[in-house]
Structure formats: C-alpha cells, structure tokens
Ligand binder design. Structure first.
Ligand code: G3H
Ligand code: 13P
Ligand code: ZN
Length: 309
C-alpha cells in the first residue's frame, strides 16, 4: 500500500532499525527492490531524484511505483522525492501523488534554508504529505550540485533544534561524515557518532534522522565491475558496521543508490563478457534485476529491518 513515512519511522525508531530508501530510475530497479523487500517483509521508501525524473520521464516512474504498490498491497511503500532543489519541484511531486518530499536547502545559508523548508512544509502538510529537509553539507555529487572535498560541513546540534522548531519539518538529514557517490573517504572511514547522539538527544524524543550518502561501496561489486572491464579505482564507502550502528540510533532512513548502481553495472558487465553473442536485453537486465534483489536483501539485514510488518 502507498503510505507516507510517519508510521514506518515511528516503528523504526522504537525498534532500533532503519528503513531503506532506494533510488529508482527504471523498471528493473523497482522490481528488484520490491522483490527483496517482499522476501524480507518490511516497509520501503522508493525515491526519485531530479535526474531520475529527467531520465525516465516522471510519469513513467510514478506509474512503475504504482504498479509495485498494486502488486504488493501488504508492503508499505513510500513514494519520495530525493533532493528537491526548490519549491516548484516539491509542489509538482506533492500534487502528483508523492507521499513524501525532500526539500534540500542545505546549499543555502541557514535563514534561507529555514524559509524554503517552511514554505514546502506548509504546502505539503496542507495536502497530507510529509517533508524531509537537510542541514549541514555533504561532500560529493548530486545531480548538478558538486560540493568539493573540504567544503562539506557537519550539522550543528543547536541549529538542528532551531531548524526543526521553526520549520516543522518531519525528518532531518544530517551531515556527520558521509558523502554521495563511490569515493567517500581517502583515508580511514570515520563518522561523527558523538554528534549524531547529541543531535538526537536535543531533538524531541523519537524525532527521525536521515543518513544520505550511506552506501558501503561493497568491494566485491567494485571488483566485479573492474574485473569485467570497468575502471573504478579507489572506491570506498561507509563500513556496514557503521550503518548498523546508526540504524540502532536515531537514524530511521538510510539512502542507498551507489550500491545498487555497482550491483547492476557489475552484473551487466559480466553478462556481456560471459555471453558476447547475446543481444537480447532481457538476458542481461534479468540478471541485473536479480542482483538488485540480492543487494536489497543484504542491505535490509544490515539495517536490521527484517520481518517488521
Ligand atoms: O543523492 C543523489 C542520488 O544518488 C541520486 O543521484 O541525482 O544522479 O539521480 P542522481
Ligand atoms: P549513496 O551515493 O551513498 O548511495 O547515497 C545516495 C543518496 O544519498 C541519495 O540521496
Ligand atoms: Zn542524498
């Protein structure tokens, strides 16, 4: 069933686990994710970025997600806008049937981030849609925005409290050392768990936090890509133990895109090399869809979100 994130976050907070928020761009991703979620019996967030809407055409993505909802009436599925850059795209998604939108004003100064987020919250809430915002800057690449290394900034706990109070936003993405993409750390991976603890202790009890840039960049899948002609040297993500730890804390939503990309790309590369005479797309997209299912099931184990319906 199509739901917003309120109930799933409440259960996740109380149960000490996190909901997987998976980026979707095409049919095989959606089918693979849903197959994994159905087997693990848990709620899921399917999230759509601006780039995904441009790639697939917003209406196709929406209809594919609706197909998943129809196929699996017992699974709570949230349709979420990832990194909405302005009021207009959030409004379009609210009006278009999304149950959750993210307004990402993290690149603005604090006052403008508050103003913009509040504007989206007022509109979305009037239509029964929940809102995620971001405070603090993650390094890395998202759509057109690239935050250079060293220009990220961690979330200030007191500002987080003021931000939530003034905007009324339903969940908050925080910066504690994660970043988007496949190259998250040049040295040892490190997240500021102390900051996470302080932020959650200052916010109202049960307030859901969100971790972006949370892929693990699993070495096996980087190697799979590289072994079959890829060139992704030095890729490194957030160790699984850190994700599990955050999921047991106040983090209720963990965003995963890069790990899906690596699983899909590695599997397709292998299928091309293993069967060079094949030119039936189903023969490489099918295995890629299976790989997405396996990856999602593994991720749900790491998030502690199994049998939670
Ligand atoms: O945060 C970014 C997500 O990985 C989505 O990536 O903007 O290239 O679709 P995208
Ligand atoms: P990754 O690049 O670590 O998968 O993060 C995805 C994300 O945060 C989408 O909003
Ligand atoms: Zn993100």
């Amino acid at each position: 069933m199509l739901v917003d994130t309120k109930e799933m976050f409440k259960k996740a907070y109380e149960g000490g686990y996190a909901i997987g928020a998976f980026n979707v761009n095409n049919m095989e991703l959606i089918q693979g994710i849903i197959a994994g979620v159905a087997e693990k019996k848990c709620a899921v967030i399917l999230q759509v970025s601006k780039g995904a809407r441009e790639y697939a055409n917003a209406i196709y993505l929406k209809k594919l997600i609706e197909a998943a909802v129809e196929e699996c009436p017992d699974i709570p599925i949230a349709m979420h806008l990832d990194h909405g850059a302005d009021f207009d795209i959030c409004k379009q998604c609210v009006d278009g049937g999304f149950t959750s939108v993210m307004i990402d004003g993290s690149h603005h100064d604090f006052e403008e981030n508050v103003r913009l987020t509040k504007q989206v919250v007022e509109y979305a809430h009037s239509k029964g849609v929940v809102v995620e915002a971001e405070l603090g800057k993650l390094e890395g690449v998202e759509d057109d925005v690239k935050v250079a290394s060293g220009e990220g900034s961690y979330t200030d706990p007191d500002q987080a409290v003021e931000f939530v109070e003034r905007t009324g936003v339903d969940s908050l993405a925080i910066a504690i050392g994660t970043s988007h993409g496949a190259f998250k750390f040049s040295g040892d991976p490190k997240l500021d768990f102390e900051r996470l603890e302080v932020i959650s202790s200052k916010l109202p009890k049960g307030y859901p936090l969100v971790l972006h840039g949370a892929s693990t960049v699993i070495p096996e899948f980087v190697e799979l890509c590289n072994q079959y002609g890829g060139d992704i040297p030095g890729a490194k993500g957030v160790p699984e133990a850190m994700i599990s730890k955050a999921a047991k804390m106040a983090v209720c939503k963990v965003n995963i895109d890069t790990d899906l990309r690596l699983a899909m790309t590695g599997t397709i590369r292998k299928a091309f090399m293993d069967n060079p005479s094949n030119f039936d797309p189903r023969k490489y997209l099918g295995p890629a869809r299976d790989a997405i299912k396996d990856m999602v099931m593994h991720k749900l184990d790491i998030l502690g979100n199994v049998n939670t319906l």
